[in-house]
Design a protein around this ligand. Sequence first.
Ligand SMILES: Nc1nc2c(ncn2[C@@H]2O[C@H](COP(=O)(O)OP(=O)(O)OP(=O)(O)O)[C@@H](O)[C@H]2O)c(=O)[nH]1
Ligand SMILES: [Mg+2]
Length: 361
Amino acid sequence: MDVALVGLAASGKTTLLRALAAGHLPHHANPNEPAVAVVKVPDERLDRLAAMVGAKKTTYLELRLLDFPSLSVGKNGPPPQLLGALSTADLLVHVVRAFTDASVPHPLESIDPERDVAALDLELAFADLGIVERRIERLKAETRSLAAGARGAKERELALLERLQQGLEAEKPVRAMGLSEEERSLLSGYNLLTAKPMLLVLNIDEAEAGRSLEIEAEARGRYGGPGTSAIAIAAKPEADVAELPPEESQEFRRELGLPERSAAERLLQEAVSLLGLITFYTAGQQDTHAWSVPAGTPAVKAAGRIHTDIERGFIRAEVTGWQELLEAGSHAEAKRRGVLRLEGKAYEVQDGDVINVLFNV
Ligand SMILES: Nc1nc2c(ncn2[C@@H]2O[C@H](COP(=O)(O)OP(=O)(O)OP(=O)(O)O)[C@@H](O)[C@H]2O)c(=O)[nH]1
Ligand SMILES: [Mg+2]
């Protein structure tokens, strides 16, 4: 899954990437293209399961982070090439400047997070509007050349696009238009930017780090909505602490007043949930492994994430909630306590399930 970090110039995108990638930073190959870093999603549940079984290897979920060049807004909006590169991302992370540091100039010359959020949203909506309008023109022309009886599908698409056009003109993102599953899949080929989930990251002052969670709650109330969430992070100190060994980082976090959970853990787990994914685990001694699947995935399909043979030969899944398994301390004890359940192919995998698939090849 690709997560694009976007924002105005000097909002802290690259600093945030340093906090998320803990020092493993890519180089910008070309100033007009994003730099890419593959990061592991920190996961305490996985760490504890791995410790319980004494796993030789622990495998975290991974996300690809794309650090985009800054997007300009207003009269000289972002170049089409950059917006095109954004269109294949699965999630947009808008890094919004909320830190005050006078030595870092702001492209719009004042600190105003609400204005910046609205300005970038407007650019994205404008880009989508262009795509929708061009498609409407094309569809109208195509429909005219068809016999009346053969116009059904195109007319349905046209009606949907006209609805989007109206919404976008009113600056409403597609993700907030309440589209059905079917309508969304009809639109999936267009890669509309405002149809993607959006995570706003308020990059706050170091001095405000102690109030992160409070500022975040306020921001969620203000900006949250369908497919949209917000988080407050002090990127600079988070980036500095991310490079320390884990034993030292907790102490520094306390001294700096940073929240107990790291920026990487908070942001990347929020990203996974905005992507509509849930995490399940396999707790083997060789490898204790986190896997992600879309919410609502049946056990047999989830098994296919592990290996296609396991999907094909699926018999049953032994399923235990991560917490119950940790409380029991072993699979054997979980079985004795009756918290290990046997589930069939259609069982809908839940976030936090620890699964052992019984299969036959
Ligand atoms: N005080 C303070 N400075 C920050 C913070 N985050 C970033 N900066 C500074 O702001 C400047 C720009 O940060 P970058 O992370 O390079 O911003 P960017 O969004 O990647 O910038 P471009 O890629 O040029 O658009 C740097 O000098 C950072 O040190 C922060 O949380 N607090
Ligand atoms: Mg940068």
